[in-house]
Design a protein around this ligand. Sequence first.
Ligand SMILES: Nc1ncnc2c1ncn2[C@@H]1O[C@H](COP(=O)(O)OP(=O)(O)O)[C@@H](O)[C@H]1O
Ligand SMILES: CC(=O)N[C@@H](CCC(=O)OP(=O)(O)O)C(=O)O
Length: 297
Amino acid sequence: MRKQTMDRDWIATAKTLSEALPYLQRYTDAVVVVKFGGNAMGDDDAMAEFARDIVLMKQVGMNPVVVHGGGPMINELLGKLGIKSDWVRGKRVTDKATVEVVEMVLSGLVNKRIVQAINDQGGRAIGISGKDDDLMVCEADDPELGFVGRPVEMNVQVIRDLYGAGMIPVIAPVATGPNENETFNVNGDTAAGAIAGALQADRLLLLTDVAGVKNKEGEVITQMTPDEVHGLIADGTISGGMIPKVETALQAVKEGVRAVVILDGRVANACLLELFTEHGAGSMIRSTVPRVKPHRR
Ligand SMILES: Nc1ncnc2c1ncn2[C@@H]1O[C@H](COP(=O)(O)OP(=O)(O)O)[C@@H](O)[C@H]1O
Ligand SMILES: CC(=O)N[C@@H](CCC(=O)OP(=O)(O)O)C(=O)O
């Protein structure tokens, strides 16, 4: 009985490996920015699963860079402190008291939870925020939003130094401003897009809580060009929280990221399925989509 199980496992593994091999070669040295949203994080087991994927990516020669969110965790502490939040176009209106809580939760609790999970799986994660080495300098996005930042200057050498030294950078979307003592709260997707753009990343994976961008019939659209995305926003198919996500994707592609994929981070091995299988996962956005081959790459 046990042998039979092992055989079946072995066949599955061999099949997976033979399918994955061409991708392993293709992705050597690839820079892959992974945005891990608060809604995609789940329990400790899901976190460990995510961390295993990231460590495996590193072990096969890629350069994973994790940028995280943590909106639900910020909500929890704000709730305990009796501070209310308003939202404008998917961004949290952030006053002085709120930005302090945002920094505590993102740079502290959430960042270190991810760092620890990756290290527990044998990786060497280093947690930083956009403040470290002036990685991300922001200006106020919109006076209506308070201390919400729009990245205006990126200094990504610190990220290259970290992954070049064998480490996995884990970045909280909190940034500095052009003036002394300024702190900005940056939407996690925005931060991940700006970092991926500045790194000219090979992939930006935006992990969320839906399988991908859906059409009017509710089916996941596996590939899209920027023109197609604009059309889906204009006709209302893409709405709500998906709008800032696809706008981030469009901006990143414009800045030179080779492809952006929006996918469900709650699915086991989400990153590996996307990178190492022919069918991929979620919705891929890139400037041109090959029409000849039916598969994704
Ligand atoms: N066309 C669409 N396809 C998929 N999701 C969409 C679409 N339009 C709107 N959405 C909504 O966008 C949500 C994802 O955005 P959001 O909740 O902000 O994600 P996250 O918290 O992971 O950043 C989905 O849960 C879904 O409700
Ligand atoms: C300006 C703004 O809205 N910042 C976000 C930062 C965290 C985030 O983006 O978290 P998720 O990825 O989990 O949504 C916030 O305050 O919630």
